[in-house]
Write a protein that binds this ligand. Structure first.
Ligand SMILES: [Zn+2]
Length: 200
């Protein structure tokens, strides 16, 4: 069977298909849609895609995503520097910020420990976290890794690294379904989990 689709259509569909949550059918529908809308809108989308990776980088302090060397949280002098919320990825930072319940600062690990997938402590920002804590001023660490086996393992590993340090370590407790992702939890549940944290 000959594929009569123009190369440009096939190429774009191929790219879209590889994105999470988009199958061949959705990719086809998206390309068809883009072929019918105002070309200016398509150019806007293309420009946004092209500039994304250049515009966004990791915050030098907390490793969340930012357009500046320091993210908005790290450059806000009114944040409580004595409390650090440790999360797996930037999306969790955004989810927690949306609750408006946390006034401390963040530390993004950029993943979780996973021996099965070859992810060790050196692949995460754990060393930088320990340096931040040992730099002084941090009184409490909230280990808000996801409630999965790997998330728990990561939290335990970090807690063990901090055993000799004068810092309280806690973990969000109630309401978060095991196996879930913190960033996907609704605001109220997330806020509650942060408020009802338990000491480790
Ligand atoms: Zn930051």
């Amino acid at each position: 069977v000959a594929d009569l689709r123009p190369v440009a259509v096939r190429t774009l569909a191929g790219h879209l298909e590889r994105l999470p949550g988009i199958g061949a059918r959705t990719a086809r529908a998206l390309v068809e849609h883009l072929l019918t809308v105002d070309p200016e809108r398509v150019r806007g989308l293309a420009a946004a895609l092209a500039g994304l990776r250049e515009a966004v980088r990791h915050c030098e302090r907390c490793f969340s995503l930012s357009e500046e060397p320091l993210c908005p949280v790290c450059s806000d002098p009114s944040r409580d520097r004595s409390r650090l919320l440790v999360v797996e990825d930037p999306t969790t930072v955004w989810a927690v910020e949306a609750t408006g319940e946390f006034r401390g600062e963040y530390h993004v690990l950029l993943g979780r420990l996973s021996p099965l997938h070859g992810v060790g402590p050196e692949d995460l920002t754990i060393e930088a976290l320990l340096e931040r804590v040992r730099g002084g001023g941090v009184e409490e660490i909230i280990l808000a890794t996801d409630p999965t086996v790997e998330g728990e393992t990561t939290a335990l590993y970090i807690a063990r690294q901090l055993e000799g340090d004068q810092v309280a370590i806690s973990r969000p407790a109630l309401g978060i379904p095991v196996g879930g992702e913190l960033a996907a939890v609704d605001r109220l549940t997330l806020a509650q989990a942060l408020n009802l944290r338990r000491r480790m």
